[in-house]
Design a protein around this ligand. Structure first.
Ligand code: NAD
Ligand code: UFG
Length: 338
């Protein structure tokens, strides 16, 4: 069975390609490499001893998609391709709406015409509004997004659920990720953000490896146990396994279903720094600075629906996440770029 993975050269995509190959699926990737390096796929092939068919191109390129669907018998699509930097989306809203919405519209148009109607979509916990009680359930309030990136995820969920409502042959799984971190245990693939990292863990690893002087902790006056923001960090290998579970679910069901992919446990920024230092015995200097606009006190999942219906749960510990993130960064100080 062949799975088309859009954005498969990226951080979560490459880990998911590896899991799919390990489980015997054929993997076809389309990626325009706007935020990734094709070495990630070479390394996935080296790790598994299997091949990936790679198309360098844009998911909005309808002719290329037609060619891919005509060339391969595709069972399902996992749609990772998208722009994901929150701050950049505020500065460049049109680019984010164009890329993230039009990629999904073109993809589902071609899928519909070719009769491939199983789709797994990368959504985000960012679609939940700020007025919810924790933990977040799939039926918690959504909307009220604070940036264009979040709106693209919210709108794509609306588009895809409308599609499944109108055509009962579709099987669509919306996966709301919490905070993916870590790397494959080999240290051969991992997260390689361009420029200054926006997210906590890559910033920590770049401080630890000496690329940045110190971490800025954004605020210590939140309503949390130590005043710093609390999030639900999930190992990217667990997240990848969640996609394989979703592919199996989509093969056996129709309609549109939404699932949280998180652990259910929240850790603060200072918990993360402490766990990283303890797991790896390296220093992570930090300073407390002002809050980052738009950040919530806390955000963590209720993962029980995924456990019940996808038969999936996160297995890896915070120590695993910290160790594997450092294994990747210390073996690849400049990411894929050296
Ligand atoms: P990533 O940037 O590493 O991967 C995305 C990939 O998509 C990149 O390889 C990029 O080159 C490619 N891409 C982007 N636009 C494209 C287009 N129009 N055509 C072809 N390829 C294109 O990001 P990631 O962390 O692996 O995230 C994957 C998905 O998960 C994204 O949709 C992201 O919004 C979503 N997500 C990520 C997080 C996170 O914290 N990493 C959290 C929630 C949701
Ligand atoms: N933080 C710092 N310093 C940093 C970076 C982050 O203190 O340099 C703090 C933040 O204030 C927050 C926590 O670390 O309290 C986590 O921040 P991240 O930027 O790593 O993650 P967010 O929860 O803000 O957002 C992430 C993704 C979003 C996604 C969201 C929910 O970046 O795209 O998770 O899935 F929408």
């Amino acid at each position: 069975m062949n799975i088309l993975v859009t954005g498969g050269a990226g951080y979560i995509g490459s880990h998911t390609c590896l899991k799919l190959l390990e489980q015997g699926y054929g993997v076809i990737v389309i990626d325009n490499l706007c935020n990734s390096n094709p070495k990630s796929l070479d390394r996935v092939c080296a790790l598994t001893g299997k091949d990936i068919t790679f198309y360098e191109g844009d998911v909005r390129d309808e002719a290329l998609l037609r060619k891919i669907f005509a060339t391969h018998e595709i069972t399902a699509v996992i749609h990772f391709a998208g722009l994901k930097a929150v701050g950049e989306s505020v500065a460049q809203p049109w680019r984010y709406y164009d890329n993230n919405l039009n990629s999904t519209l073109v993809l589902t148009k071609v899928m519909s015409e070719t009769g491939v109607k199983r789709l797994i979509f990368s959504s985000s916990a960012t679609v939940y509004s700020g007025d919810n009680q924790m933990p977040l359930r799939e039926d918690s309030h959504t909307g009220g997004c604070t940036n264009p990136y979040g709106w693209t995820k919210y709108m794509t969920e609306q588009i895809l659920s409308g599609l499944a409502h109108a055509d009962k042959d579709w099987s669509i799984v919306l996966l709301r990720y919490f905070n993916p971190i870590g790397a494959h245990e080999s240290g051969l693939i991992g997260e390689d953000p361009r420029g200054i990292p926006n997210n906590l863990m890559p910033y920590i690893t770049q401080v630890a490896v000496g690329r940045r002087e110190k971490l800025s902790v954004f605020g210590n006056d939140y309503a949390t146990h130590d005043g710093t923001g609390v999030r639900d960090y999930i190992h990217v290998v667990d997240l990848a396994a969640g996609h394989v579970a979703a592919v199996k679910y989509a093969a056996a069901n129709t309609g549109c279903e939404v699932f949280n992919l998180g652990t259910g446990t929240g850790y603060s920024v200072l918990d993360m720094v402490g766990a990283f230092v303890k797991a790896n015995n390296v220093a992570v200097p930090y300073q407390i600075v002002d809050r980052r606009p738009g950040d919530l006190d806390e955000c963590y999942a209720d993962p029980t629906k995924s456990e019940r219906m996808l038969n999936w749960r996160a297995e890896k510990s915070l120590e695993d996440m910290c160790r594997d993130a450092w294994n990747w960064q210390s073996k690849n100080p400049m990411g894929y770029g050296e």
